[in-house]
Design a protein around this ligand. Structure first.
Ligand SMILES: NC(=O)c1ccc[n+]([C@@H]2O[C@H](COP(=O)([O-])OP(=O)(O)OC[C@H]3O[C@@H](n4cnc5c(N)ncnc54)[C@H](OP(=O)(O)O)[C@@H]3O)[C@@H](O)[C@H]2O)c1
Length: 258
């Protein structure tokens, strides 16, 4: 028996990074999985990896900023598995900029995905969880949900909103046995950092040096790994955290302790 045997979990943004790592871990723990994202090839590959671990898995191509796509994800989950026990609102984008330099487009896109889509997915699954007598929502926030972030105004604003959405929903639905918590990762190394030239423009010549310098401000002197965030999400999604709701679980190598 895995910690999630008999449960169905929706994981948004499961095509890469933390979402993919969480999908694989939840599969190891026996969950039936509905996985979303826009990159179909990657989504299908994660779906296959989960099935190889012996669980049922379904990738649903979806742009979470679109209300119709969110509804289709929930409908597909119910059609395939008949229940939704866990929602991991993981899909998110990082946008940089100050109040002055942030474009209208970046602002709107960031809030549409990082905030509105989270609310929308919760709004869709809560009636199903209530009908089933309970459920668990885990939101992926950030350490920048609890402290300000320099040069990333739309992102930090969006994650701050997720933190209070988490606490407010926890209060609204605690009596219905629906727990709502957030995992708050610090800098976690994902492939996107390489694809989008995350370290471009930094002085050191090698990626390794650039990463070492960037990690130096973290008390544990390193970045997190997706699997370390996935394990925190598993704690919040499973009965191991049965008396935990409205909590922001920082997984940041001590970053926000300083
Ligand atoms: N890595 C970190 O340092 C860090 C730190 C704190 C918080 N986080 C949070 O962790 C979450 C996952 O990010 P990650 O670091 O794992 O990066 P990632 O590998 O880029 O993952 C982002 C996921 O979101 C999906 N996504 C993006 N836009 C989408 C859209 N419009 N509709 C549906 N899915 C969409 C992507 O899939 P498609 O591109 O296929 O759509 C991808 O699966 C985010 O909420 C992020 O804010 C990350």
């Amino acid at each position: 028996m895995g910690k999630l045997t008999g449960k169905t979990a929706i994981i948004t943004g499961a095509t890469s990074g933390i979402g993919r790592a969480t999908a694989l871990l939840f599969a190891d723990e026996g969950a039936s999985l509905v996985l979303t994202g826009r990159r179909v090839d990657l989504g299908k590959a994660v779906e296959a990896e989960c099935r190889q671990r012996g669980v049922r898995a379904l990738f649903v191509e979806a742009d979470q900023t679109q209300a119709g796509d969110c509804a289709r994800v929930v409908e597909s989950a119910l059609e395939a598995f008949g229940q939704i026990d866990i929602l991991f609102n993981n899909a998110g984008i990082v946008t940089k900029g100050t109040a002055e330099s942030t474009s209208e487009e970046d602002w709107t896109q960031t809030l549409a995905l990082n905030v509105t889509a989270v609310w929308r997915m919760c709004r869709l699954v809560i009636p199903e969880m209530r009908r089933a007598g309970g459920g668990v929502i885990v939101n992926n926030a950030s350490d920048w949900a609890v402290v300000g972030g320099k040069g990333a105004l739309p992102y930090a604003t969006s994650k701050g909103a997720v933190a209070l959405m988490t606490k407010s929903m926890a209060l609204d639905h605690a009596h219905e046995k629906i727990r709502v918590n957030a995992v708050c990762p610090g800098d976690t190394f994902v492939e996107r950092w390489l694809e989008k030239g995350y370290f471009e423009g930094s002085d050191p010549v090698t990626l390794e040096e650039a990463m070492r310098e960037s990690a130096a401000y973290i008390p544990m002197q390193r970045f997190g790994q997706p699997d370390e965030i996935a394990r925190a999400a598993l704690f919040l999604a499973s009965d191991d955290s049965s008396f935990v709701t409205g909590h922001l679980l920082l997984v940041d190598g001590g970053n926000t302790a300083q």
